[in-house]
Design a protein. Structure first.
Length: 98
């Protein structure tokens, strides 16, 4: 019989992959919009979604490390995973206020 912990971790992984797929879908849609109408605002929006997608991917990877990694490694990975989110939201800011 499957343990509840294993089932919960599997469900969490599926939900993280769903979020990653949705982020990639938004990135694709924003890229297509930029190709149809190449404005600076749409370019920054596309770059924002691309960096957010990278952040989601890093977040999924770091989430899978879990307790298997030591504390210093987790802090380093969590710091690195934050950088794409910061850049992505900065790009969104630029796309809205330029």
């Amino acid at each position: 019989m499957v343990s509840a912990d294993l089932l919960a971790n599997g469900l969490l992984l599926l939900m993280r992959l769903l979020v990653f797929g949705m982020a990639l879908g938004l990135t694709l849609i924003s890229f297509q919009s930029y190709r149809e109408n190449p404005t600076e605002r749409l370019q920054f929006a596309f770059l924002g979604f691309a960096f957010i997608s990278m952040g989601v991917a890093f977040s999924t990877i770091v989430g899978q490390l879990g307790a298997e990694a030591d504390e210093l490694t987790l802090v380093l990975f969590r710091s690195v995973e934050t950088i794409p989110f910061v850049i992505g939201f900065a790009m969104f800011y630029l796309s809205l206020y330029r």
